[in-house]
Design a protein around this ligand. Structure first.
Ligand code: DX5
Ligand code: ZN
Length: 213
């Protein structure tokens, strides 16, 4: 299991302090939630902030864009040195073009589904992406309750990936903790995003290590 702690729950008054243990930890990525107040009802941080985070974080960056027209920011995400660029299916009427542009920019394209968007929406794109992010809460805020229907969606997505011979990983985001990590792994998840469960813990490094098991 891979783990991608979400910066949204970090201490924004001391990001260097958080990056110190995060760089030392066994986590696989740093998950960055960009929000625009339009696609989701909240605003988080933007590229001027992330530029500095990218400088002090030594983990590969997993950038989750909860914004309209994410294709406008491919160059900005690339400039961060991002590993994954995640765009929402609901935000991209020309998803194939956006995914191709992300790949051409040298990043790994990933697509995200809101809880109400069915897995079948991915049928014609699954062969072109390196990861699918299933939202297990409605995006916009950390610390929300995990939506149980996500387990069914993971199983459906695993079937779709296998039937199309895709290599896409399955990432889960929202309400993930040590309480449901094992069940998510059993359902077929490859990467767990965790905000409050990691940054809110007394010993985040141990939580990450346990989650990876
Ligand atoms: C929610 C974000 C998540 C968020 C998860 O819109 O996409 O990445 O940080 O937070 P937790 O793990 O606290 O639910
Ligand atoms: Zn996220």
């Amino acid at each position: 299991m891979q783990v991608s702690p979400s910066l949204l729950s970090a201490n924004f008054a001391n990001l260097e302090g958080d990056m110190e243990w995060l760089n030392r930890s066994e986590c696989d990525y740093l998950h960055l939630d960009v929000m625009d107040g339009v696609f989701v009802p909240n605003i988080s941080f933007g590229f001027p902030v992330l530029k500095h985070v990218a400088r002090i974080c030594h983990k590969p960056l997993d950038v989750h864009l909860m914004i309209v027209q994410p294709e406008k920011f491919i160059n900005e995400v690339k400039a961060l040195g991002a590993y994954y660029m995640n765009v929402h299916v609901e935000a991209c009427p020309h998803l194939h073009r956006v995914v191709s542009q992300i790949r051409e920019a040298g990043m790994h394209p990933a697509v995200t589904l809101n809880p109400s968007t069915p897995v079948c929406m991915l049928e014609d794109i699954i062969g072109d992406v390196d990861m699918v992010l299933l939202m297990s809460v409605n995006p916009g805020f950390g610390g929300q309750k995990f939506i149980e229907h996500t387990y069914d969606k993971i199983r459906q997505l695993r079937q779709l990936i296998d039937s199309k011979g895709s290599k896409a990983k399955i990432e889960i985001d929202g309400g993930v903790s040590l309480k449901n990590a094992k069940q998510l792994a059993e359902a077929g998840a490859d990467v767990l995003v965790a905000g409050s469960a990691v940054f809110g813990a007394d010993d985040p490094e141990t939580v990450i290590r346990e989650m990876k098991k």
